[in-house]
Ligand binder design. Structure first.
Ligand SMILES: Cc1cc2nc3c(=O)[nH]c(=O)nc-3n(C[C@H](O)[C@H](O)[C@H](O)COP(=O)(O)OP(=O)(O)OC[C@H]3O[C@@H](n4cnc5c(N)ncnc54)[C@H](O)[C@@H]3O)c2cc1C
Length: 368
């Protein structure tokens, strides 16, 4: 796919929306669990979730590098909402790559435009395929559809009226990936325990109890699944880098602001703004270059870039908190929120430990 970055006009309109509509809500999202649905709909209307979706499907036709930039713009104000922007754009990405016209024609356009909000409950399946844990959703064939049961502990960007995309193992027959539209009989959402962050991420425990999945909601059947996962995984992993870039760039602002009064002593800290900025630029360029390639061509480089995003975001957030000093220890200070958002980048699937496991396996494979 040929790619381009966001145009100056697009960046400006997305940035204005983030500054005027999202930034004033960042505290309430973090502390009161406010879910920013108005912002998400508006961001979708401006094309913020559809940069990598071709124009023929209602998107902007710019590619993954532009989608990474759009997610990073959201992260400048709020890391939790940047994750939701990733969830929404990832669901559009899944549907774009489905060989099945049924779900693609029903859901791709409304999700890409932010009219239908959607969550991706793929962590368990992705970890299962990497040999980390058992699969939680199991199904069996029934007519031309499937009957599925099981539960997923955490799925974000969901709630009343939202769609969910998940995967299940099918009795004697590999895996399926499918959409669960709102109102599906057997779909039950439960509240999660309190999290340290991401309170406004619309995260629920999802249970499917003998839910019937008709053929027109199946994104990949067992015979399609293996190739399908290979098609979507590079984009899934690469666009998460935007969440880290957005949070880390916001941390640079905190560092520079703190240096106004405290520069004389802050200069003794590790990870100064200049060093972090240069590394962030390197990561942004590497992610953009990988996004410009055939997305499946460089799996090891993609995993390394995603791992670097986790490490760098953690370092930037810790440095911002240290630069801000005691002020940064106040719950209402952004440095405090950024620490918890940065930790999320390193634990959301693929978590840093998961990435290092996959990198290790690929390196061993290459060496053999
Ligand atoms: C605030 C928040 C929002 C999240 N949003 C989403 C989301 O939108 N979609 C999504 O798919 N995941 C979501 N997750 C899950 C996340 O992506 C990771 O799977 C989770 O953080 C655990 O990852 P880990 O690699 O550290 O696993 P570990 O914590 O090391 O896992 C240890 C064990 O815990 C159990 N476990 C942990 N995670 C899962 C899981 N996902 N499914 C089944 N069993 C599990 C398993 O027994 C596993 O072996 C969210 C998590 C949090 C905290």
């Amino acid at each position: 796919m040929s790619t381009a970055r966001l145009s100056a006009a697009q960046s400006e309109s997305l940035e204005t929306l983030v500054r005027e509509s999202l930034a004033p809500q960042a505290q309430a999202i973090d502390r009161e669990g406010l879910y920013p649905h108005e912002f998400l709909h508006a961001f979708g209307r401006l094309g913020g979730f559809s940069a990598a979706i071709p124009r023929a499907h209602g998107g902007q036709g710019q590619g993954l590098a532009a989608q990474i930039e759009a997610i990073a713009l959201v992260g400048h104000a709020c890391g939790s909402t940047a994750f939701l922007a990733w969830c929404q754009s990832a669901c559009a990405w899944y549907l774009l790559h489905s060989s099945n016209a049924g779900p693609r024609e029903r859901y791709l356009r409304p999700i890409a435009a932010g009219e239908l909000l959607a969550g991706t409950g793929m962590s368990n399946a992705v970890k299962h395929l990497a040999g980390i844990e058992r699969i939680n959703l199991r199904g069996r064939r029934e007519g031309d559809g499937y009957r599925v049961s099981g539960s997923l502990p955490w799925v974000s960007n969901i709630g009343e009226g939202h769609l969910i995309i998940v995967a299940a193992q099918v009795e004697n027959d590999g895996y399926i990936m499918f959409a669960v539209p709102p109102g599906t009989p057997g779909l039950i959402l439960h509240d999660c325990p309190d999290f340290a962050g991401l309170a406004g991420s619309g995260t629920f425990n999802v249970r499917l109890k003998d839910a019937f999945i008709p053929a027109h909601d199946v994104i990949a059947h067992p015979a399609q699944f293996k190739d399908y996962i290979l098609r979507i995984k590079p984009g899934f992993v690469l666009t998460q880098i935007g969440i880290g870039l957005g949070i880390a760039e916001a941390c640079l602002r905190i560092i520079r602001e703190s240096n106004g009064a405290l520069g004389h002593v802050n200069r003794f800290l590790d990870d100064q703004a200049g060093t972090l900025e240069a590394e962030l630029q390197g990561l942004r360029d590497a992610a953009g270059a990988l996004a410009d390639l055939d997305a499946a061509a460089r799996p090891l480089d993609i995993l390394r870039a995603r791992a670097h995003a986790s490490e760098l975001t953690l370092r930037a957030a810790q440095s911002a908190a240290l630069h801000a000093g005691a002020k940064g220890y106040l719950m209402r200070h952004p440095a405090q929120r950024r620490l918890r958002e940065a930790l999320f980048v390193a634990i959301v699937t693929p978590a840093l430990k998961h990435l290092r496991k996959e990198i290790h396996a690929l390196e061993e494979q290459q060496a053999a």
